[in-house]
Write a protein that binds this ligand. Structure first.
Ligand code: BV8
Length: 254
């Protein structure tokens, strides 16, 4: 059942312009689609689609695989870091980075582990699923930054035990407090953007539901309808890098 004011459009409605101009507290949730125009492959619909050597995404990116075959997990993340080495943030990342100085209260929550929001200048990004640019020790839990273009350590510098990617794998809990902080901000926002996610992976996909329940205006930006579209007040079917910059174009107040 679509919300009464449901608008499926390819451009920005007057309603959204007004709310964007007046918003005090904005939350943005992003997924792989926000990085698609940078050349980062999306996962196409959460866990099911085969992604790596014939292995479904939620198999290679699972807690179970870390137990069974950590080198295979590293091979998969090393490959993805290799792809990211030459990629840059796109206009969607840059626009979202500007919003942090535009609204009195702004929260960026991402499911992406690619670090492109931070490279575009976003700060205090809530990385619900961790980062591909960090490793963590399976024993002492210490974190180790993986610098761009560098060869990653293969043993913990603190205790010498094995390192694993510091990302949240399927079947694993999110970083302590990350979801709670995001859920709190979602419950307080008056405008929530859902950008480039198929909204199939939980608990991340539950955040717009929290915002909706608290009366926020929900706007989805995605070339396709998703599992969340029914919940949205406005669905803008288009590419994030083309749509998001349109928002601050007219409403001035740079
Ligand atoms: C957990 C890091 C507690 C690793 C990732 C409730 C119901 C059902 C299942 C569950 C549930 N609760 C928990 C589960 C299990 C599971 C889950 O959700 N499974 C799914 C598959 C059903 N969740 C978990 O395991 C989570 N942990 O719940 O812990 C717990 C613990 C033990 C036991 C039980 C519970 C942890 C999930 C995190 C997994 N890690 N990433 C890595 O990257 O390898 S998830 C990963 O996949 C991403 O981070 C992201 O979350 C997801 C991919 O989704 P999207 O980002 O949306 O990408 P996708 O390709 O699907 O879609 C792209 C979209 O962009 C499309 O819609 C497309 O149209 C659009 N698009 C394309 N181009 C553009 C665009 N949009 C705009 N502009 C464009 N240019």
């Amino acid at each position: 059942m679509l919300p009464s004011r449901f608008v499926k459009t390819t451009e920005i409605s007057q309603e959204l312009r007004r709310r964007f101009a007046e918003a005090r507290n904005v939350l943005v949730l992003t997924g792989a689609g926000v990085s698609a125009e940078s050349g980062v492959p999306t996962f196409r619909g959460g866990g099911t689609s085969a992604v790596w050597k014939g292995m479904p995404f939620d198999v290679i990116s699972s807690a179970d695989m870390v137990q069974r075959n950590l080198p295979a997990v590293w091979e998969w993340f090393d490959y993805r870091r290799g792809v990211l080495e030459s990629l840059k943030p796109n206009p969607a990342h840059h626009e979202i980075a500007r919003w942090a100085n535009r609204f009195p209260d702004f929260t960026l929550v991402t499911q992406n582990v690619d670090g492109l929001h931070q490279r575009a200048g976003s700060r205090d990004v809530i990385e619900l699923h961790g980062s591909i640019w960090r490793a963590r020790c399976v024993k002492c839990d210490s974190r180790h930054q993986i610098e761009r273009g560098s060869v990653r350590e293969d043993a913990c510098l603190e205790c010498g035990d094995r390192l694993r990617p510091d990302v949240v794998l399927f079947g694993e809990m999110l970083p302590p407090g990350a979801f709670e902080q995001a859920a709190l901000k979602a419950s307080q926002c008056d405008l929530c953007f859902v950008v480039g996610t198929s909204a199939l992976v939980y608990p991340a996909a539950g955040l717009p539901e929290i915002a909706k329940k608290r009366g926020a205006y929900i706007c989805e930006v995605n070339p396709e309808m998703t599992g969340l579209s029914h919940l949205c007040d406005e669905v803008i079917s288009g590419k994030a890098g083309e749509i998001l910059p349109l928002l601050s174009e007219t409403t001035g107040r740079e």
